[in-house]
Design a protein around this ligand. Structure first.
Ligand code: ADP
Ligand code: MG
Length: 255
């Protein structure tokens, strides 16, 4: 049986031996003793308090827990959007603290996709233009970027809407555009923060089914923050947070 050791700031944390040999390469996300304290000037707000988490390549997990328990902070620290105070994060084999800000930005552009509650589409751009933007930023040839954007829009069932502006679409359709944008650079990992938070329950179900299909077909890792157990129950594993740490992790009942 193989157990592995990960050294965090001079200390050695030995992972519990798994039922079958666990290898570091099986995991796309590893966080150890992750601490994030917001310094607002007046008070220090502890948001993550020494959290450990492991997510396997190709896994679809939900992060749940009450408002303010640190879910968004965790996503932002795992994806390198926000700096953490101490601890370590390895993502797709990269140790985040070893990367400069520019390297983190490039790493995100190459490896990660993002989906937000408010879709974060640029209203002045047409849908296809929103979707191709991450590719243009990376210097992909505009014709190739447009071809990939249209393919991504087809994958989310919006092949008829590429030239519309976001405001001409329903909330569910706008979130599909955002999902297409998250997928267009063929990421290894997709981070979604309350992706169904603005949607009614039927539309929410459709968006989750879409993410499940993309997870299945493309082998993508999905990390979905949600307060909705109907969403959490559709994933392979629910990670429950409380007060800046992980309380438990379980396989949701099949629904
Ligand atoms: P969740 O996403 O689970 O609702 P957050 O990660 O947004 O929780 O917040 C965790 C804690 O950190 C909360 O107490 C919140 O008020 C605080 N917090 C979040 N962002 C900031 C910030 N930029 N500055 C100060 N405190 C923050
Ligand atoms: Mg949040």
């Amino acid at each position: 049986m193989v157990s592995e050791t990960i050294t965090v700031q001079g200390e050695t944390a030995t992972a519990a031996p798994a039922a079958r040999p666990a290898r570091v390469e099986d995991r796309i996300v590893i966080a150890r003793k992750l601490v994030k304290t917001y310094d607002t000037g007046e008070v220090e707000v502890p948001a993550l308090r020494g959290l450990n988490v492991d997510i396997k390549k190709g896994e679809m997990v939900a992060i749940m827990g009450p408002s303010g328990c640190g879910k968004t902070t965790l996503l932002n620290c795992l994806s390198g959007i926000d700096d953490f105070s101490s601890g370590e994060v390895w993502i797709a084999g990269q140790r985040l603290s070893k990367l400069s800000d520019n390297q983190k930005t490039d790493f995100r552009a190459m490896k990660m996709g993002f989906i937000f509650q408010n879709y974060n589409l640029l209203p002045v751009l047409r849908c296809a233009e929103n979707v191709e933007l991450p590719l243009l930023v990376r210097g992909v040839d505009p014709k190739e970027a447009r071809r990939k954007a249209l393919a991504a829009m087809t994958a989310v069932g919006l092949e008829k809407e590429p030239m519309k502006k976001p405001a001409e679409l329903s909330g569910g359709q706008q979130q599909r555009v955002a999902i297409a944008r998250a997928l267009v650079n063929e990421p290894d990992i997709v981070f979604a923060d309350e992706p169904t938070g603005n949607l009614d329950s039927e539309t929410s179900r459709e968006v989750v089914q879409l993410m499940k299909r993309l997870h299945r077909e493309k082998g993508l890792t999905f990390i979905i923050v949600t307060h909705d157990s109907a969403v959490g129950n559709q994933t392979q594993r629910v990670i429950m947070m409380r007060n800046g740490v992980i309380l438990k992790s379980f396989q949701p009942p099949r629904t």
